[in-house]
Design a protein around this ligand. Structure first.
Ligand code: 3PG
Length: 211
């Protein structure tokens, strides 16, 4: 399934940001999220198991739109594509990543946190961006400010989002979804409490305005 960045960011109001320590957890985790009502997940490349997890889920559980996060280098980008990622998220925006993204068909969603970075993204036709780290750089308030000069840019704020502030973000016209790790704590994954993850996903979606 190939979606553009707009399609990716409209798949669900919540994009779980997952750190996988062991590839054997990957399928159970993807199914737990899917059972809770979320069919998209970002697997960070912060662990060695991340790429293997993307590969396994994209092959064995295609109902899940799986992509790579924490893509910081050209090699990360190539690895993410080869593993079967449906999309690439980066915490930042660099010429290297922009150039690499142009060689591939999957959407690249760069991280931005300033007006200048948004302008660089827009110069490269990247109008769907992650705001990172969202709460540290001004949260909903900075997004409201960006809506003035950049009415065409849509955001996925990530970093510091939780159930107490999620709707401050989802209520904004320039926010299509938020990313977060609160549903997928390392502890729950390690203890294989996948039913609990499903319940958290389910209740999070009920709280999210755009459910
Ligand atoms: C991250 O950096 O891991 C993601 O942005 C998720 O942030 P969070 O753990 O604050 O949800």
């Amino acid at each position: 399934m190939i979606l553009d960045a707009n399609g990716v960011m409209r798949t669900s109001p919540i994009v779980p940001v997952v750190v996988v320590d062991n590839v054997s957890e990957a399928l159970d985790l993807a199914k737990a999220l899917h059972n809770g009502g979320i069919s998209i997940m970002e697997i960070t490349l912060r662990t060695k198991a991340g790429l293997e997890a993307i590969e396994k889920i994209s092959k064995e559980f295609p109902e899940m739109l799986v992509g790579a996060g924490t893509v910081c280098t050209k090699q990360d980008y190539i690895n993410a594509v080869n593993a079967g990622s449906n999309f690439v998220f980066s915490p930042g925006i660099t010429d290297t990543l922009i150039n690499e993204s142009k060689k591939h068909t999957i959407p690249f969603i760069p991280g931005v946190s300033s007006a200048s970075e948004i302008m660089i993204a827009r110069e490269n036709d990247l109008i769907h961006c992650k705001l990172f780290p969202a709460t540290s750089v001004g949260g909903a308030s900075i997004l409201k400010a960006f809506a003035g000069p950049f009415p065409d840019i849509k955001f996925c704020p990530t970093g510091g989002i939780n159930l107490d502030n999620i709707n401050d973000f989802l209520s904004l016209n320039n926010v299509l979804c938020v990313g977060g790790s609160w549903m997928v704590s390392k502890k729950l994954i390690k203890e294989k409490k996948f039913n609990e993850i499903t319940e958290i996903v389910n209740s999070s979606l009920k709280i999210a305005l755009k459910d």
